[in-house]
Design a protein around this ligand. Structure first.
Ligand code: MN
Length: 223
């Protein structure tokens, strides 16, 4: 038997023929007060917590996604995604912007029913969050993330999520700084920065349109 060839997943870069190679995907758990409350939490600026998805969970804008297995309650979470072009550990927040190559609109797809079971049993979230094609991401725009931009998600033309990036509890540079104290960040890492309120269910056939002012938009459909 020959050894398998494993390919590095990549994402499109806006206005470029280059591709962004994805090394790891980190995600912030709860980073907008309203969403923290809707999940039953207390948004008192506790240090952010993180989970991860496999790199090959990324899917491009325009995709049709097979409906995930083992869930009756698939949820959408629209998020600002940071794409790192440099690495580091124990990065100072004042220096963290230097690590950011660009940013994009992403959706953290979540099997909410599996997550609820895991939370209740004190078990890991991995398979509630890190399943196949659980990370649709739009083309990456080079440069620093927008600060006060609107972030929205529509399902079948109906607005479901609406927020502003300024309402993030932890800013992009603070997130990079905190995460870099737990792991060495490297070029190719993506960081999902949390979702505003209004998360909800997706069904077969739903068309999703996610947007952040100033960034290429993200569209996908559930088969
Ligand atoms: Mn999320």
């Amino acid at each position: 038997m020959t050894l398998p060839i494993v390919r590095v997943p990549t994402l499109a870069i806006h206005d470029s023929s280059d591709r962004f190679p994805v090394r790891r995907i980190y995600c912030v758990g709860q980073n907008y007060a309203e969403h923290t409350r809707e999940m039953g939490g207390d948004p008192d600026r506790q240090e952010p917590f993180f989970f991860s998805k496999p790199a090959d969970a990324v899917v491009a804008s325009g995709s049709v996604l097979p409906f995930p297995s083992r869930t009756q309650d698939l949820h959408h979470e629209v998020e600002l995604v940071l794409a790192l072009g440099e690495g580091g550990t124990d990065v100072d927040p004042a220096e963290a912007g230097r690590l950011i190559f660009g940013c994009a609109v992403g959706v953290d797809l979540t099997r909410r029913d599996l997550q609820a079971v895991a939370k209740k049993a004190g078990r890991p979230w991995d398979l509630a969050k890190g399943f196949d094609r659980s990370a649709p991401v739009a083309p990456i725009r080079r440069g620093r993330p927008p600060v006060a931009a609107a972030i929205t998600l529509d399902v079948n033309g109906v607005r479901r999520q609406s927020g502003v990036l300024a309402d993030m509890i932890w800013s992009p540079v603070e997130i990079v700084a905190v995460l870099s104290r737990y792991v060495r960040l490297e070029p190719g890492d993506l960081i999902f920065t949390g979702t505003p309120s209004g998360v909800g269910r997706l069904d077969r056939g739903d068309a999703v349109a996610a947007a952040i002012e100033g960034l290429p938009s993200l569209d996908f459909r559930m088969a």
